[in-house]
Design a protein around this ligand. Structure first.
Ligand code: M6R
Length: 602
């Protein structure tokens, strides 16, 4: 995801901020930039480039006398990774520079209001400097202007601004993290402590709504009142610091899911009306004539596709098929003009998936990508792209991208259902309300991690693990097993719960725990019949079950009430289970043997 850095103090600010950007490089980004306040005249100078921080280093001066600067690494969500779209963004006169993380949901509305201003990028961010320009012209000081602008923004964001003639940085936080670092040479500001941990370990975490003003001293405003910043000391070592205090990227990414999901749905759903805005332009006549939606994908993305196919059939009244991309062919009985083929791929570079979408395109089908990566190969080859906005995922095991893929595909299903007239606004509204509650529900699961850790420790040495589920819980069973096998190297299989008795039951013993998803959207009553079958063979049962469920199982992990998305939330328990089993066994969790993050061969 994007990274923010800032500095004001006795030392060279450009050097400090560029150093901070280099420290944030591990997070993944596609462009970078800095803005400095020139001490001689208070003017602002901006340097920015698409690509690596190294390219920015070539563009920026080798030295600068400035003592005040802000910087940014961008991971594109609105507009491709170009020099123009890189942060900082400025107002018309170049008197204000802004770096921003998160998404401004109402940016199009604000941009329409700012019709007198000249915009030079595709980003949502750029409304901020232009709004600040208006407030400053109306007589606000920089702090009042930032407050007023922040009040007008919808979504989750954090931004920092420097203003010509003002020797300081003003920053505000709303749902996207910001932290201050109190160094001996000056004050640092960043979206992540790793940016300045080589300079200071004394930090203050901003809370939502906080406004921080960095001048010679720091003033922190909470609810409009200046407060004393609470200072904490970071104890992590350098390696843990890079992972945000977690031992592994996978663990960090599991915990990033609430934020990733908020970004996925941000600005895209209208719960009251049941409408979805995906910024794609399917002609309605095409949607009305579609007979089949095909999903093509591999691995975890294939399981997200299975979840989505069921959503499409349930909500959009359209036949939906899912094919493992390496097995895809555009076969008989299909009319390409009445087919929409969706490539589901986190990286956008998976060779099997690219090959499948090319085959669909050649056959004449309309194509779409659901991906995490702006500018990836798949986005250049399809008719439409929808971005899942999960932020970069570094661990080989996909976690947050699965959650964001399912959430995005749910929006696609609601969009198609509404446009085809197959889904009432009331039902859509209910579903979107459930989807809006998913980030909070995932957080509740994450809060129960100590329980999962204990369960993992108890069962880690089992002979094998079987994951079962029905309906929307079936892909979750498959994904749960994949996660466990790839990072713990234990034998794990996922089954449709009803299939156990058709063969796999022969493998079930008292040494093979069965991990069952017993939630809404997972046909829990029928699944429980299958659970009785394994219990009769002595298998211990670990259930991720709806909170009200009181069926007899060995371990009960409670899933909050979010309708058809409960299996998606239950999946977080299986991610944590896999993580703790693998951690107990000392496996190299982020780089499991024989596997790669992006598979670019067929
Ligand atoms: O980048 P993609 O989503 O196309 O990757 C597809 C699979 O290789 C991927 O989902 C893989 O199964 C996961 N890394 C497993 O955790």
């Amino acid at each position: 995801m994007c990274g923010i850095t800032g500095y004001i103090g006795r030392d060279e600010a450009l050097d400090r901020v560029l150093g901070g950007l280099q420290n944030l490089e591990y997070r993944g980004y596609d462009s970078a930039g800095v803005a400095v306040t020139e001490p001689a005249d208070g003017d602002i100078a901006v340097y920015k480039r698409s690509g690596e921080v190294d390219q920015l280093l070539e563009a920026a001066p080798a030295e600068s006398p400035s003592r005040c600067a802000i910087g940014h690494t961008r991971w594109s969500t609105h507009g491709p990774p170009t020099d123009a779209n890189a942060h900082p963004h400025t107002d018309c006169a170049g008197r204000v520079a802004v770096v921003h993380n998160g998404i401004i949901e109402n940016y199009e509305r604000l941009q329409a209001e700012l019709s007198e201003h000249t915009f030079t990028s595709d980003t949502d961010t750029e409304v901020i400097p232009h709004l600040l320009e208006d407030r400053l012209a109306a007589g606000d000081d920089p702090v009042a202007a930032v407050r007023a602008v922040s009040d007008r923004l919808e979504g989750s964001f954090a931004f920092c601004a420097i203003v010509e003639g003002f020797d300081g940085v003003v920053a505000v936080r709303n749902d996207s993290p910001l932290v201050l670092g109190h160094g001996e040479d000056g004050t640092y500001l960043a979206s992540d402590v790793t940016a300045f941990l080589d300079r200071t370990r004394s930090v203050t975490y901003l809370e939502n709504g906080d406004v921080a003003v960095l001048e010679d001293d720091v003033t922190l405003y909470r609810d409009g009142e200046a407060i004393e910043p609470a200072i904490e000391t970071i104890e992590w070592d350098a390696d843990a610091a890079e992972k945000g205090g977690y031992d592994h990227y996978m663990h960090k990414e599991i915990h990033e899911q609430p934020q990733a999901l908020r970004q996925t749905i941000s600005g895209r759903l209208e719960v009251d009306s049941g409408d979805v805005d995906l910024e794609v332009s399917f002609p309605t006549e095409h949607l009305n004539s579609i007979e089949e939606v095909q999903l093509v994908a591999c691995g975890t993305s294939y399981y997200a596709g299975l979840y989505a196919a069921r959503l499409l059939e349930t909500l959009a009244d359209v036949r939906a098929s899912v094919t493992i991309a390496s097995e895809y062919a555009f076969e008989g009985g299909r009319d390409p003009w009445r087919t929409l083929t969706i490539a589901v791929t986190q990286s956008g570079e998976t060779a099997d998936t690219l090959s499948a979408i090319r085959a669909a395109d050649q056959a004449g089908a309309r194509t779409m990508a659901v991906t995490n990566t702006l500018g990836s190969t798949v986005t250049r080859e399809v008719d439409d792209s929808v971005f899942i906005r999960a932020g970069p995922e570094i661990g080989v095991a996909a976690t947050k991208t699965f959650a964001s893929q399912v959430a995005t595909l749910a929006l696609v299903a609601v969009h198609i259902g509404r446009r085809r007239g197959a889904l009432s606004s009331g039902r859509a509204s209910e579903l979107l309300g459930n989807l809006r509650d998913v980030p909070g529900a995932v957080q509740q699961v994450l809060d129960a991690e100590p329980d999962v850790d204990a369960v993992a420790a108890e069962y880690a040495d089992s002979d094998a693990f079987f994951f079962v589920g029905r309906a929307f819980a079936h892909p979750v069973a498959l994904e749960g097993a994949l996660k466990l096998k790839e990072i713990s190297y234990d034998h794990a299989e996922g089954f449709a719960a009803g299939e156990l008795k058709h063969g796999p039951l022969a493998l079930v013993t008292d040494q093979t725990p069965v991990l069952a998803t017993l939630t809404d959207g997972g046909d829990a009553d029928k699944t429980y019949n299958n659970i009785k079958e394994v219990q009769a063979r002595g298998a211990p049962v670990i259930a991720a079950a709806s909170s009200s469920d009181d069926r007899q199982v060995n371990e009960h992990l409670s899933v909050p009430d979010v309708g058809l998305f409960e299996p998606l939330v239950a999946n977080v328990y299986w991610q944590l289970f896999a993580y703790h089993v693998a951690a107990d066994k000392g496996r190299p969790i982020d780089k499991p043997r024989n596997l790669a993050k992006s598979v670019t061969v067929e």
